[in-house]
Design a protein around this ligand. Structure first.
Ligand SMILES: [Zn+2]
Length: 136
């Protein structure tokens, strides 16, 4: 997917260099964060500012072409958290280095993007210890 440099820059700046799903800062990542199609191209999502979010490599890879999942608590098909139209704080809560989902959208996003894999929690703990991961 070829995304124009101007659009990439907008996405990066708007997110202040942090993954809009797990909040991982670009400065503490070995890999470049990427513009993620919130609704993937495969599902006719557009390549424009309203459909792009900054995502770390892991969130972006695990998300892949998915647009949501089944939330087994409500037994319903639920779309992922949308960083453009929804507020992170309404769907997630940072508890130390654990990202607690607060809603069905939060639950399916944490599950499919594997946001609380033990290694990712450890990584956030290391970043928090040196003040590089936000408390929000
Ligand atoms: Zn991420």
């Amino acid at each position: 997917m070829n995304i124009p440099a101007s659009l990439r820059n907008l996405v990066f700046k708007r997110a202040q260099g942090r993954c809009e799903y797990c909040l991982h800062p670009q400065g503490a990542s070995a890999y470049r964060h990427e513009p993620d199609h919130i609704i993937p191209v495969q599902h006719e999502g557009k390549t424009n500012a309203d459909n792009l979010a900054l995502a770390c490599l892991r969130c972006n890879r695990y998300k892949g072409p998915n647009i949501g999942s089944i939330d087994w608590q409500t037994e319903s098909l639920v779309p992922f958290f949308n960083p453009r139209t929804q507020s992170w704080q309404n769907h997630f809560q940072l508890e130390s280095a654990f990202i607690r989902p607060l809603t069905p959208k939060g639950r399916v996003t944490v599950k499919i993007l594997r946001i609380n894999n033990p290694l990712r929690i450890e990584e956030r703990q290391r970043l928090q210890a040196v003040g590089l991961y936000p408390e929000e």
